[in-house]
Design a protein around this ligand. Structure first.
Ligand code: MG
Length: 387
């Protein structure tokens, strides 16, 4: 029986995780559930799954938090340490997911990672913690496969994880697919004038606000390039991106013999969630049947002149150290400013680029230092926007 702590339970990944868990009540118990602010949504879930521990980081005003519910900045860490969980699904939004991932791995818990920012910002510190836990659990490294203690939930990385498993030591290149977002066919001028409402209208995936805007700028793909480099121990030169508007091929792995293996499915996050929960088995997910007859699958090169965030991500990854953390923090700041109407669409890439220039050469020596660097970069980006 898996004892799961679900961090970010009221969000899009959290609620879809609970959908999958409804199909596996005898195999998975929810022992802890946390959320950022929406206590009402959390209790709707709590009442059905009855976790022993619930937590709300910062309850929204007007909501009543029930007695016994934890509150405060360290709710996620406490849920990991005090609930008796053996597995943690981290779907906290943004860099706030980094602390919980480190706490979980250091406490010997397996992590199912839906929070890509933690891996982008935390980088090799997170990977090292996962490798140390693998060693303790008696697992040895297996080619380009991620440590057994850290399983990806992001759909592209789940696809690569699934395709890679056949020959993890014979990998030549990772090919991430991207839907292209709502502005795939727009001109640069049209994109420049895009409103938050237009950017929030994603063609194939229903997700939270931050990741949807990141999908429109392609920064989401940029974060995923870095996530893939880390998880699969692959240099950025061997990770490429293909725009695939149908979102049926979720990513591919090219092997040394020229063969390319892809994972295909209906675009539905319950698939990668179920794969992570059931790994190394495959368990029911509730995802519908993929009907390929009559469908065309198309692929095109991404256009970096209309979507500069892709280039910024490659540059940040190549620069290494604390630069992916800086990029992510600047993006978090810029995306919130865009959603509040304080900057235009290309203002996001511009602010990220200028913040990267300012922090060039920033190191990554400890998690505390990265968290500090992240807040500094956020503040710098916010000041650029306010100017
Ligand atoms: Mg993804």
């Amino acid at each position: 029986m898996m004892k799961l702590a679900l961090l970010g339970a009221s969000g899009s990944i959290g609620t879809q995780t609970l959908d999958v868990m409804r199909l596996h009540r005898d195999e998975i118990t929810l022992v802890a559930a946390t959320c950022g602010s929406d206590a009402d949504a959390l209790y709707r879930l709590t009442d059905e799954f009855k976790p022993e521990l619930t937590g709300v980081v910062k309850p929204r005003e007007g909501f009543t938090v029930r007695p016994g519910t934890l509150t405060g900045a360290n709710v996620n860490e406490r849920a990991i340490l005090e609930s008796g969980c053996d597995t943690v699904l981290d779907s906290v939004v943004g860099m706030a997911g980094l602390g919980p991932v480190m706490t979980a791995l250091n406490a010997g818990k397996r992590v199912l990672l839906a929070n890509k920012e933690a891996l982008v910002a935390g980088g090799e510190l997170v990977m090292d913690a996962a490798r140390r836990l693998d060693e303790k659990r008696g697992y040895s490294p297996d080619g380009h496969m991620p440590p057994r203690s850290l399983t990806p939930v992001d759909s592209e990385h789940s696809a690569i994880f699934q395709a890679m498993a056949t020959h993890p030591g014979r990998v030549k290149r990772l090919i991430l697919t991207a839907s292209g977002g709502p502005f795939r066919t727009w001109t640069r001028e049209q994109i420049a004038a895009a409103t938050p409402a237009q950017a929030l209208n994603h063609p194939t995936w229903r997700m939270g606000g931050k990741v949807t805007i990141d999908s429109a700028t392609l920064m989401n793909k940029g974060l995923e390039i870095i996530e893939a480099c880390r998880l699969f121990s692959t240099p950025p030169e061997q990770v490429s991106v293909l725009v695939h508007p149908q979102s049926i091929v979720h990513s591919m792995v090219e092997f040394e013999d020229g063969s390319v293996l892809a994972q295909l499915a209906v675009p539905d996050m319950r698939g990668p969630i179920a794969y992570a929960l059931g790994y190394p088995d495959r368990i029911a997910s509730g995802v519908g049947v993929l009907e390929l007859a009559g469908k065309s699958l198309t692929f095109e090169e991404p256009d970096e002149s209309r979507f500069p965030c892709l280039r910024l991500a490659y540059e940040a990854m190549k620069a290494g150290g604390g630069m992916p953390c800086v990029m992510n923090a600047a993006d978090e700041s810029a995306v919130s400013a865009f959603l509040r109407g304080e900057t235009d669409f290309y203002g996001i890439a511009d602010v990220v680029e200028r913040t990267l220039e300012h922090f060039a050469g920033a190191p990554a020596e400890s998690v505390e230092q990265l968290i500090e660097l992240g807040s500094e970069a956020k503040a710098y980006a916010a000041a650029l926007i306010a100017r």
